[in-house]
Design a protein around this ligand. Structure first.
Ligand code: DX5
Ligand code: ZN
Length: 223
């Protein structure tokens, strides 16, 4: 089973983002997850295109850009500027009534297009784009902050989405993922695990990533 790991730098020390990215690159994560928040769609404000651009200058690990912003369409070009093939831009379904337009915009930039759902948003909300999205992100916390607890109630929805998605779709979960919760998500169809605290709040980043990977392969891990 090929489960991928996306390391969210939201829990890393912002004064040391470069080092954090190098650390998870060494630990062989599959993506660097960049959490973009605007203070409108979510109550927090975090990073903009300058961070993803800077990240590109220090690593070849693909970026997994998670936009938690209103009017995502206005910012796709800015984020796409430094992005390269294989990078992902994901927007939230709750922010638009024209999701296919945003998906096309992202794909026209040569990037992978993802659509995210908040825990309370039903699976039907992404029905119209389930065939065209490259990635579906089922949030397992209410977006805004790292360090929150995994909402297991999202699992039936994840299961349904993973069964309805095209084969090969990246099925991402994000929020509260640890060695204990990642296997639950994997059993329900997740194949891409985003994690911040479980990686960056750990003294040994390589071990944290390895433990997370092992747990996803449903091998017991002590973490
Ligand atoms: C939450 C962000 C998540 C967050 C995950 O709004 O989208 O990516 O960084 O943090 P942990 O893994 O600590 O729950
Ligand atoms: Zn995220």
């Amino acid at each position: 089973m090929d489960i991928k790991i996306s390391a969210s730098i939201l829990s890393a020390n912002p004064m040391e983002f470069g080092k954090a990215i190098k650390d998870v690159e060494t630990a062989k994560v599959d993506y660097i997850h960049v959490d973009v928040m605007d203070g409108h769609f979510v109550p927090n404000i975090t990073m903009g295109p300058f961070i993803s651009e800077s990240a590109k200058s220090v690593t070849n690990v693909p970026l997994d850009i998670h936009l938690m912003i209103e009017n995502a369409d206005k910012y796709i070009k800015s984020f796409a500027k430094a992005a390269t093939e294989g990078d992902i831009i994901t927007f939230h379904i709750e922010t638009t009534d024209k999701p296919q337009d945003i998906i096309s915009m992202i794909k026209d930039e040569g990037l992978l297009a993802g659509v995210a759902l908040n825990p309370a948003t039903p699976a039907e909300a992404v029905e119209s784009v389930i065939e065209t999205a490259d990635l579906i992100l089922a949030m397992t916390v209410n977006p805004g902050f790292s360090g929150q607890s995994f909402i297991e109630d999202v699992m039936p929805k994840l299961n349904e989405l993973s069964k309805n998605a095209r084969p090969g779709t990246l099925m991402e979960v994000d929020g509260g993922l640890t060695c204990e919760t990642a296997p639950i998500a994997v059993k329900n169809g997740a194949n891409l695990i985003a994690a911040a605290s479980a990686i960056f709040k750990h003294d040994d980043i390589s071990k944290a990533v390895q433990d997370l990977k092992n747990s996803c392969n449903l091998e017991p891990a002590i973490c």
